[in-house]
Design a protein around this ligand. Sequence first.
Ligand code: RB5
Length: 153
Amino acid sequence: MAQTTSLPLALGADHGGYELKEAIKAHLDELGIPYQDFGTHTPERCDYPDIAQVTCQAVLDGRCRYAILCCGTGVGMSIAANKLHGIRACCCSDAFSAEYTRRHNDANVLCLGGRVVGPGLGCTLVDAFLNATFEGGRHQERVDKITALENHG
Ligand code: RB5
C-alpha cells in the first residue's frame, strides 16, 4: 500500500504525458491517495515548463507533498522542475531509482515519460516513490550540499 499523507500530491503533464497522468489519477483513486491536478486537462499541445512551474509551486508553497510530472520523456519536465529553488526532481523509468531517489536524494518530484513507460510501469514507479522514506544521516549532508550549490553555485 502506497504511503498516504494528509497533503495531496501535485500532478502535472503536457500532451506527451497526459494519458499517463490520467492513468496515475485512476491508480491514486483506487488507493485513496488525494491529489490535485494542475493540468494539462486535454491532449492538446502545451509547453511542459509552464506545467512544471505551476505544479512544483504547490510543493514549494506547502500545499502539496510531492509532485508527479509527466511529459513525453520525463526529461523536459525534470530539467524545468530542477530550475526551481527547493525542487529535487528525478526522471525515472526503473523502480530502483524511483525508490532510492526518495531514500537517498529526498526527491520531492518524480518525473515520468509517457512515451517511455506504459501505465502499469508508471504506476509501479509512483508506488515505489511514495512508499520510500528519506534515510537522512549522511544523505542529509549530501542534500545540504545540493542546497548549497543552489544557493551559491
Ligand atoms: C513534446 O513533444 C515533448 O517534447 C515533451 O513532452 C517532452 O518529452 C520533453 O522533454
